[in-house]
Design a protein around this ligand. Structure first.
Ligand code: 5RP
Length: 217
């Protein structure tokens, strides 16, 4: 099966978790784009969506799906998003599309986080995909130096400004054996807005090839 076919299959399966009358948290990326197209078919049954990026907002609105501010709706029942990497414990690297901060906020605000991926995203240890870190622009060099001290190799994603007006450092060649610990350390660096490790709050369920993987915790 092609990667796109796998992404679509995962997105279609995730639609089964959408409850009538709810506001759905929606992530960002090519896998989520299939989910949004599916959501359009049931738009009369949901109240609307909270979106994690301008890109997803445009797609949702193009289908006539109402988009709400998270502050206006409170806790969400469900958040559906893709990932760049996923380990056997449903811990993730996200942010390839530079939307990590809003994605993290919506994941945190949601009762259930379903991650939809294709097989290529599965890894034993996170870190083959460069870890995105969103930084306040004036702190870029400061944060980069701190990351080097932690053993990472940060590369500025030049030319990219996030929806929040910030910049991204992609940290290469990091074998992340303690994702929860590293996430905490990165969060403590002054100038970091958020990092793309979703370990303290991993996905609740991961859908791969139409199969749901739940990790007992
Ligand atoms: C965006 C993300 C995406 O979920 C991630 O990059 C995966 O994208 P795709 O579904 O296109 O492979 O974290 O910030």
């Amino acid at each position: 099966m092609s990667r796109d076919a796998q992404k679509k299959l995962a997105a279609e399966k995730a639609l089964e978790y959408v409850e009538d009358g709810t506001v759905v948290g929606v992530g960002t990326g090519s896998t989520v784009a299939f989910f949004i197209d599916g959501l359009a078919r049931m738009k009369g049954r949901i109240e609307g969506a909270v979106s994690s990026s301008e890109q997803s907002t445009r797609q949702l609105k193009s289908h006539g799906i109402p988009v709400f501010d998270l502050n206006a709706v409170g806790p969400l029942k469900l958040y559906v998003d893709g990932a760049d990497e996923c380990d056997p414990y449903n811990r993730l690297i996200k942010g390839g599309g530079a939307a990590l901060t809003r994605e993290k906020i919506i994941a945190e605000a949601s009762e259930r986080f379903i991650c939809i991926i294709d097989e290529a995203k599965q890894v034993e240890v996170l870190g083959q995909f460069p870890l995105p870190v969103e930084v306040i622009p004036m702190a870029r060099s400061l944060v980069a130096r701190r990351i080097v001290e932690l053993g990472g190799q940060p590369v500025w994603r030049e030319g990219v400004t996030t929806d929040n007006g910030n910049w991204i450092l992609d940290v290469h060649h990091w074998r992340i054996t303690d994702p929860v610990g590293l996430e905490a350390k990165l969060n403590q660096i002054v100038g970091v807005v958020a990092c793309g490790l979703f370990a303290a709050r991993p996905a609740d369920d991961v859908i791969i090839n139409g199969q749901v993987r739940v990790v007992a915790r």
